[in-house]
Design a protein around this ligand. Structure first.
Ligand code: HEM
Length: 422
């Protein structure tokens, strides 16, 4: 039975069962591609009792471009309490416009070669510390650990210990992006994590300010120190609370996203016949452009998120002037299915094939338009570099269930065992 036939067979009165069915299909990577393909073909704008799926490439673009109508209001409701007013919880306000500009400046593009070298070194050290009897678990030992260490080495806040950094980032990511049913317990854990993170940062910032005052000549060259060295006039409103919120956002944004992208792209590279070999060759080349392109294409086969969600602020027409033109009522939660857009053959040529070097508009790994990822360029060196170091250490898949990415019932990957050095 097709997905839509199964959906339609559930009584419209049984809204819970209908929602549960679509939720299961978008969470299961064996279903999600086929489900989206069927929607693009038969019901590209698909209303369910809880949310509306937008699946065609051009409609995903329309939703994400129209941030005045399709807003991130729902993020704001959760984020404000946990980390304070943040760019990803606001549209067209001074907060997201100014803060993003400022944070882009201190995350300087010129740093990227240094970041790549740092990531390489941190990954090599993490591998040496964790490989055991020809096997290694990648999620905790590498894919989460490297971004946390980069928080210390580049963003300028190492955290009190690794476990707290893991817990803070996971609790906030889970609540902000995976807690669709608004479970109060999950939200409370994020609020608590945000409090602990703010308290840690307050102490660290006071220490750093003192170090800066005591030593006016030499300063650390990290993102937090750059912000502390900058002097902003009061009328810009960039005071300690804004600083803490934005620095918190670096941790929240970095860890689980990178970890998931690393394990899912690596698995695809190793699964696709012939790709592992060409990736290893490209990993040793002078230019890493080809290698990085392999990683982005691999991630397209299993992206970290099937979608980003938005809240509809006023009644509006979507896909106006096309056969599928439809009114989206105020209050609708729309799912801009970025993964579906990446598999839409009308815009991504031969989308079912593994093709290296696709044009950049084939990818939505880092979102699109107003809320495009702040850490995009850091992520674009960190993710491939971690994978490159692993491939150079001869990682390969372990046969059977033991070698599959395991979520252990959670919303993020939790375990991925691979062979190493064999
Ligand atoms: C490297 C460290 C990272 C940092 C500091 C970071 C931070 C952020 C921030 C602050 C935003 C919100 C931007 C805004 O509202 O204007 C954002 C958005 C986003 N990030 Fe990242 N991020 C990082 C890595 C990643 C990675 C590795 C991925 C996926 C591979 C990713 C995927 C996204 C996506 C899809 C969005 C858009 C969300 C939406 O439109 O609702 N990020 N990121």
């Amino acid at each position: 039975m097709s997905y839509l036939a199964e959906y339609d067979s559930i009584s419209p009165a049984n809204t819970l069962q209908r929602i549960q069915a679509v939720s299961k299909w978008i969470r299961n990577r064996d279903d999600v591609r086929a489900f989206f393909a069927e929607l693009r073909e038969r019901r590209p704008i698909f209303f369910t009792p809880a949310f509306t799926f937008i699946t065609k490439y051009e409609d995903v673009l329309e939703v994400l471009n129209r941030d005045d109508i399709f807003s991130v209001r729902l993020n704001g409701l959760k984020m404000d309490e946990a980390v304070g007013p943040f760019m990803l919880g606001r549209d067209r306000t001074a907060i997201n416009y100014h803060d993003k500009s400022l944070m882009r400046l201190v995350l300087a593009r010129e740093d990227l070669p240094r970041v790549r070298k740092l990531v390489s070194k941190i990954t090599e050290e993490a591998v040496s510390a964790s490989a055991c009897s020809g096997e290694i678990e990648l999620v905790k030992n590498i894919a989460r650990r490297v971004p946390v260490k980069l928080c210390g080495a580049y963003f300028g806040f190492p955290g009190p210990d690794e476990e707290s950094m893991f817990r803070w980032s996971k609790a906030t990511q889970t609540d902000f992006f995976k807690n669709i049913t608004n479970d109060p317990q999950i939200h409370q854990e994020a609020v608590q994590a945000g409090k602990e993170l703010a308290s840690y940062l307050t102490t660290l910032i006071a220490q750093k300010r003192k170090e800066i005052a005591d030593n006016s000549q030499e300063h650390d060259n990290d993102v937090l120190t750059r912000l502390l060295l900058a002097e902003f006039p009061d009328q810009l409103g960039f005071k300690s609370d804004r600083l803490i919120t934005n620095i918190s956002g670096l941790l929240v944004g970095t860890v689980e996203t990178t970890a998931q992208a690393v394990v899912q792209a690596l698995e695809q590279i190793l699964l696709h016949p012939g790709i592992g070999k060409s990736a290893l060759k490209a990993a040793k080349a002078d230019s890493l452009v080809e290698f990085d392109n392999i990683v982005w294409e691999a991630l397209r086969f299993n992206p970290i998120n099937p979608l980003v969600f938005r809240y509809t602020e006023t009644d509006t027409l979507l896909a106006e002037g096309t056969e599928r033109e439809v009114k989206i009522p105020q209050g609708t939660i729309v799912f801009a299915c970025t993964a579906s857009a990446m598999w839409d053959s009308n815009f991504v040529v031969n989308a079912d094939q593994f093709r290296v070097g696709r044009p950049s508009h084939s990818y939505f790994h880092f979102g699109y338009a107003a809320h495009e990822c702040l850490g995009k360029y850091v992520g674009m060196v960190m993710i491939p570099e971690i994978i490159r170091v692993l491939l150079l250490q001869n990682v390969s898949l372990i046969d059977g269930d033991k070698g599959k990415i395991d979520f252990e019932g959670d919303v993020f990957p939790s375990k991925f065992m691979v062979n190493i050095g064999k």
